[in-house]
Design a protein around this ligand. Structure first.
Ligand code: HEM
Ligand SMILES: [Ca+2]
Ligand SMILES: [Ca+2]
Length: 335
C-alpha cells in the first residue's frame, strides 16, 4: 500500500477536540475530568485495575504495550470514549475492522476482565474509557515507566467510527509533516508527537508495517537509506521480500518490555523500526530532532514529558456529565 494505511492525509474534520475545550488552569488543561472522580464511588478502582494488569502482564509481557496502544487508538477516534472497544452494532461497524486495527490491536480480553471485576465491586460506575486510561498508565508503570496524576470521569460512547479510525490514526510510513498534521488535528504538538512516540519503547510490530523500508522505500527498489546496515540485514531475516507479513519484530530491540529511553538512543543510531520512528530524527524538522536527542540523553526528561503528553492525549474530546453512558459491558452499548 503506497500511502500507508489507505486514507493518507485528508478528511477527519471535527473528530477529536470536541466537548470540554481547553482552558488553561495553572499548568493543567481543563477537560472536565478530575483525578478524584471515583474517590467516593469506587475508591478501589485503580487497585483493581493494577491487580488484573499484574496478572496479565506477568503471563504475557507484551500485554503492557498492547494496552497502552489501545488508549491511543481510542483517543484519536471520536476522543477517549471507548469507541475502540465496541463490537459491530446495529447502526455502526466496529473500529476493530479498520486498517490500522485489524489483526493488530490486542488486549480486549484483559479490558473485559478488569470491567467484570469493577462491575462486581462498583456496579455501573467506572466507564470503559476510564479503564483504558487507567490501564495505559498502569501498563507504563508496571513496565518501569513513569506515573502521572490521571484525570478521570470520561463516559462511554454509544457508537463507533470505522471511518474515523481509518482516517485519524497515522500510518507507519508517514513523513514528519504527515505525523504533525495527524497530531495537530487532535490538539497535540511536536513535543507530544515525540514524547508519545516514545511509547514504542515497548511492544512489537508486524513485518507488513515496515517491509517497504527494506525493499522499496522510495519506489526505486532500494532500502531506506536512513536504516542502519546491520539492523537492515537482521530485519530482512524476520521480514522476507515475499510472505512473512505477520512476523513480528520489537519496536525497541534493546529493551522491548522495559519502558525506558532506549527507543530514542536507537533512533540516533539509525535503528528506529518504523519510518514514523526514524523520521522524528531524519525528517529534518529541528524541533523533533532536538527532542529525540534530549530524550535519548535524559530519561527523566522523557518520563516527565511522556506523563504530561499522556494526560493531554487522554483529554481529547471526552464525553462528560449526561453525555454518553457508563457501559455495563465494554464491547456493547447499554440496552
Ligand atoms: C506517531 C505515530 C504512530 C504511528 C505511525 C504508530 C504506528 C504503530 C504501528 C504500525 C505499530 C505496529 C502495529 C502492528 O504491527 O500490528 C505500533 C505499535 C505500537 N504503538 Fe504505535 N504508532 C504511533 C504512535 C503511538 C502512540 C502515540 C502510542 C501510545 C501512546 C503508541 C503505542 C504503541 C505500542 C505500545 C505499540 C506496540 C503494541 C503491541 O506490541 O501490541 N504508538 N504503532
Ligand atoms: Ca474513541
Ligand atoms: Ca524499551
Amino acid at each position: 500500500y503506497p500511502f500507508g494505511w489507505g486514507g493518507g492525509g485528508g478528511g477527519g474534520g471535527g473528530v477529536g477536540v470536541g466537548g470540554g475545550g481547553r482552558r488553561p488552569i495553572g499548568t493543567q488543561t481543563y477537560s472536565g475530568l478530575l483525578p478524584g472522580f471515583y474517590g467516593h464511588s469506587c475508591p478501589q478502582a485503580n487497585d483493581i485495575v493494577m491487580s488484573v494488569l499484574e496478572r496479565a502482564i506477568s503471563k504475557d509481557p507484551r500485554m503492557a504495550a498492547s494496552l497502552l496502544r489501545l488508549h491511543f487508538h481510542d483517543c484519536f477516534v471520536q476522543g477517549c470514549d471507548a469507541s475502540v472497544l465496541l463490537d459491530d452494532g446495529e447502526t455502526f461497524v466496529s473500529e476493530k475492522k479498520s486498517v490500522p486495527n485489524k489483526n493488530s490491536l490486542r488486549g480486549f480480553e484483559v479490558i473485559d476482565e478488569i470491567k467484570s471485576e469493577l462491575e462486581e465491586a462498583c456496579p455501573e460506575t467506572v466507564s470503559c474509557a476510564d479503564i483504558l486510561a487507567l490501564a495505559a498508565r498502569g501498563s507504563t508503570v508496571l513496565s518501569g515507566g513513569p506515573s502521572w496524576e490521571l484525570p478521570l470521569g470520561r463516559r462511554d460512547s454509544r457508537k463507533a467510527s470505522l471511518n474515523g479510525s481509518n482516517k485519524n490514526i497515522p500510518p507507519p510510513n508517514s513523513t514528519i509533516q504527515n505525523l504533525l498534521t495527524f497530531f495537530q488535528r487532535q490538539g497535540l504538538n511536536e513535543v507530544d508527537l515525540v514524547s508519545l512516540s516514545g511509547a514504542h519503547t515497548i511492544g512489537m510490530a508486524r513485518c507488513t508495517t515496515f517491509k517497504q523500508r527494506l525493499y522499496n522505500q522510495n519506489g526505486n527498489n532500494q532500502p531506506d537509506s536512513t536504516l542502519e546496515r546491520s539492523y537492515y540485514h537482521d530485519l530482512k531475516t524476520v521480514c522476507p521480500k515475499t510472505g512473512g507479513d505477520s512476523n513480528i519484530s520489537p519496536l525497541d530491540l534493546a529493551s522491548p518490555t522495559t519502558f525506558d529511553n532506549a527507543y530514542f538512543k536507537l533512533i540516533l543510531s539509525g535503528k528506529g523500526l518504523l519510518t514514523s520512528d526514524q523520521v522524528l530524527l531524519a525528517g529534518n524538522l529541528g524541533k523533533t530532532m532536538q527532542l529525540v536527542k534530549a530524550f535519548a540523553d535524559d530519561r527523566a526528561l522523557f518520563f516527565s514529558h511522556f506523563g504530561r503528553s499522556m494526560v493531554k492525549m487522554g483529554n481529547i474530546g471526552p464525553l462528560t456529565g449526561y453525555n454518553g453512558e457508563v457501559r455495563k459491558h465494554c464491547r456493547k452499548v447499554n440496552l
